[in-house]
Write a protein that binds this ligand. Sequence first.
Ligand SMILES: [Zn+2]
Length: 224
Amino acid sequence: MPDEIAPARARIADVGRLLYERHLTDTAGGNISARVGGCICMTPMYTGGHCHWDLRPEQVLVLALDGRKLEGEGEISREALVHLRLYGQFASAGAVVHSHAPNALVFGAVGIPVPPVLEYVQRLGPVGIARYAPTHTALLAENVAEALAAFGNQHTPYAAATIVPGHGLFVVARDLDTAFDVSERIEITARTVLLGSLLVGNKAWIEGAQAALAAGREAQAPEG
Ligand SMILES: [Zn+2]
C-alpha cells in the first residue's frame, strides 16, 4: 500500500466524526471517500447505523478503482457505486462527501435548488436538484454524475454539488477538506434561506440578497 493511504484513512475517520457531530449528516447514512495513490479510501457500510460515525482508521476501506476491496474491515457501502462513478468520470476529483444534511434535505424534498444567498457560496453557484433514482442503484450513480457534470468543465476544479430528491447531498471536490467545507457551506446556506423565509414570509428577499452580492462584486471589480 502507498505510504499516503494510512494517514488518509485516519483523516476520513476524523472527517466522518466531524460531519456527524456538526449535524451535517445523520445516523441513517452518508459516506466519505478520497482518491489516494491510485486507490479509493471510503467509509464502509453501516458507518452511521452501526458505528455512529466513530470509525477507527482500519475500518476505512481501501478500494481499487474498479470497486474491489483491497483492505479494511467491514463491507463496501452500496453507495460506493456513486463515488466510483464520479472518480471515473472526473480525473480531477480528489474526494466525495455524501451527506444527509438536514436543511439541504428540505430543498431536495420539495425540489427547489439552494440559491447562493451567502457570499461564501458565490463561487459554487446554486445547488441544483438531480433527477431522482432509488438509493443503491446504478441509475443513482448516473444521475448524480450527470448533475455534477459542470465539475469536469471547470478550468480550475474546485467543487460541484447536487441534491438527490428525498435522499441527500453529494459534493465532489479536488480534495477532502474542500468537499467537507463545501458540504457545510451548502448546509448553512440552506438553513439561512429557510430561516430567512420564515422571518420575512416571502421569497422576494432571496433575489434581493443575490442582487446585492452581485452589485457589491461589480462595485469592487477593477476598472477596464
Ligand atoms: Zn445516502
